[in-house]
Design a protein around this ligand. Sequence first.
Ligand SMILES: Cc1cc2nc3c(=O)[nH]c(=O)nc-3n(C[C@H](O)[C@H](O)[C@H](O)COP(=O)(O)OP(=O)(O)OC[C@H]3O[C@@H](n4cnc5c(N)ncnc54)[C@H](O)[C@@H]3O)c2cc1C
Length: 281
Amino acid sequence: MRPVHLPSSLAELWDLMAAHPGAALLAGGSDLLVRLRQGLGDPPALIGLERIVELGRVQAQEPGWLFLGAMATHSLLLEHPLVREHLPILRQALAVLGSPLIRNQGTLGGNLCTASPAGDTLAPLYALEAQVEVRSASASRRLGMGDFILGPGRTALKPGEVLYGVWVPQQPAWSIAHFEKVGRRQALAIAVVSLAALIARDESGLVTRARLAWGSVGPTVLRVPAAEEALLGRPLDDASLQAAAQLARQALSPIDDGRASAAYRRQVAGNLLLRLARRGS
Ligand SMILES: Cc1cc2nc3c(=O)[nH]c(=O)nc-3n(C[C@H](O)[C@H](O)[C@H](O)COP(=O)(O)OP(=O)(O)OC[C@H]3O[C@@H](n4cnc5c(N)ncnc54)[C@H](O)[C@@H]3O)c2cc1C
């Protein structure tokens, strides 16, 4: 039997991590336990994070920033008044992540550390230009999403480090905050393609800022600066969105897998952008 340790403070966590260097960190277990059951990995021990209260906090902590603790569950975030008020795009993604059971069990930190390009919270956090805070017994560092997520299943976490939480900067007023995922079925679907789009427009309807992040179309979530720039100074109409969609399709690097072909993913990635015309009018 594999022992499970349950520290109730960060101080206890650091001691346990030092004493059990090969141990795996356990958040909600909805990814990790599935992998272990499939025989992928055999850590000598598990260290559960559920009793460390400060990892579950959601707060407006520093001026201009919201803090979302790594152990905040998807359900907690979905219902939290700060997320409801300030992060509608993250809420949209949380609402379609897994099932109620998975949302009760799974955590934001687990979703990020799994580092799947299909992880539903990732594309909104790239678009929101969030930062992650990583801590060890002796230090803390903050990284942008693109510096934290290195590839499928790979993050910048070093031995002895944990993901402490996510910092989301206060957002400018967005005219459109939109997340959409296409899966192979309506419920419990892993994204075949997803898009997080934040668009600001001036009084005459011209785009002043655009942030576009696609999931499941490359080894990590991808922003496409050329597509974002193509929208600037233009109305959000079919012509400007078609131009941006074309640039996105060229820049994205999807793969064929059991769920969809690369060609299908590239086509749908652009099509998701075209749908913003309806939301923009
Ligand atoms: C049936 C089913 C449906 C699913 N549907 C979706 C879906 O629609 N969308 C989606 O995005 N995901 C989905 N998932 C995947 C999973 O539920 C999510 O990724 C979830 O957020 C993982 O969080 P967790 O707390 O359960 O992570 P865990 O399984 O506990 O951990 C995952 C990994 O992260 C590491 N880890 C966790 N927390 C930390 C931390 N604070 N610091 C360092 N490392 C840490 C663990 O060691 C482990 O390697 C689904 C899973 C299942 C089983």
